[in-house]
Design a binder for this molecule. Structure first.
Ligand code: AVJ
Length: 322
């Protein structure tokens, strides 16, 4: 595995331009918003790992349980000699469960925008599964990226766990599923993790943990803008606000200004009213039925779903019509 190369895209000059541009656009919009992909700097990725261990945050635990209980069944659907391509892998903990039960997977290609975190666990994975070619890519997985030439001929299986797709608006999610279909090609499989609609108390608790880790994860966006863009956000003047919007079937996360204030960023002045928020994340929740409908109209047919009632892992096959 070529670790050196994997870092390059994020270290190119100008790689920060998109962050600056997205921040300026998002904070000029009404309501103000920021793309959740920027949560995951080194600090944010570490905080997210801690979220996944919180008693209130059930999705990771449930998904890992589902994968552990069904790894052989999932792996048995993979074509022999395939490449498993993981979108937004973070740590490779979940892929490892599937890969350990899938002896015929030839290559594992984890794709993540946060290079530092991505590489952390791969050396160990390589030691545990020495037959496996591990080729990490530091890329924004929502954009088109090239599959390394020497692996391009292998049959492809996509892996998109974590309900990350919940960050997209439903029609964006559909477009992204279609995009994955184009990248993976005809006949490919996709295993995707989807958090399910459930009682509001459970949902609200999962994003308002008692320890305040989720709040720090949210507020870390301000720290990141201060550090990387020379902004002067006062972290004590913003508070974490997360709630289930049942009409839209999504958790919304916001950073709410506790007072009227002006923030300087990149030479620009951004004004906040008291109570005004930056909308930092949506986390859509689906039913098995509503997700299957979305998959179908985005070029995928449902093959099988594994669920514990809280979370679901769907195996989909790309339909001919694309
Ligand atoms: C990584 C997008 C699935 O929506 O539950 C966790 C991110 N945000 N706590 C989610 C998150 C706040 C997480 N996803």
């Amino acid at each position: 595995m070529n670790v050196q190369r994997a870092f390059r895209t994020t270290h190119l000059p100008g790689a920060n331009d998109t962050f600056a541009a997205d921040v300026m656009t998002g904070l000029a919009a009404r309501p103000k918003s920021l793309p959740p992909k920027y949560f995951y700097d080194l600090q944010g990725s570490a905080l997210f790992e801690r979220i996944t261990e919180l008693p209130e945050y059930y999705p990771t635990r449930c998904e890992i349980g589902i994968l552990q209980d069904n790894a052989p069944a999932i792996a048995s659907m993979f074509p022999p000699g395939c490449a498993l391509i993981e979108f937004g892998s973070g740590s490779s903990r979940k892929a490892r469960i599937v890969l350990s039960a899938a002896a015929t997977v030839e290559a594992y290609i984890p794709v993540d925008i946060s290079g530092d975190f991505l590489l952390q666990d791969l050396a160990q994975l390589h030691r545990d599964l020495p037959h496996l070619v591990v080729h990490p890519l530091v890329e924004d997985f929502t954009q088109k990226f090239a599959i390394p030439q020497h692996l391009a001929k292998l049959p492809r299986v996509g892996f998109f766990p974590g309900s990350t797709i919940g960050n997209f608006e439903p029609d964006e999610a559909g477009r992204f599923l279609r995009h994955i279909g184009k990248m993976l090609g005809a006949g490919s499989l996709l295993a995707v993790g989807i958090d399910l609609v459930k009682d509001e108390e459970t949902l609200n608790r999962a994003y308002n943990d008692a320890e305040g880790v989720t709040a720090r994860f949210n507020l870390n966006l301000l720290t990141r803008m201060n550090r990387e863009l020379g902004a002067d956000f006062d972290l004590s003047a913003f508070k974490h606000d997360a709630f289930f919007n049942s009409e839209k079937s999504r958790i919304e996360m916001h950073l709410a200004s506790t007072k009227q204030q002006r923030v300087r960023i990149n030479g620009a002045a951004i004004d906040f009213q008291e109570g005004e928020t930056i909308h930092t994340e949506n986390s859509y929740k689906y039913t098995v039925k509503s997700f299957r409908a979305l998959a179908r109209k985005s070029g995928w047919s449902p093959v099988k779903v594994f669920t514990d009632g809280f979370f679901s892992v769907h195996v989909l096959r790309k339909t001919g019509r694309g």
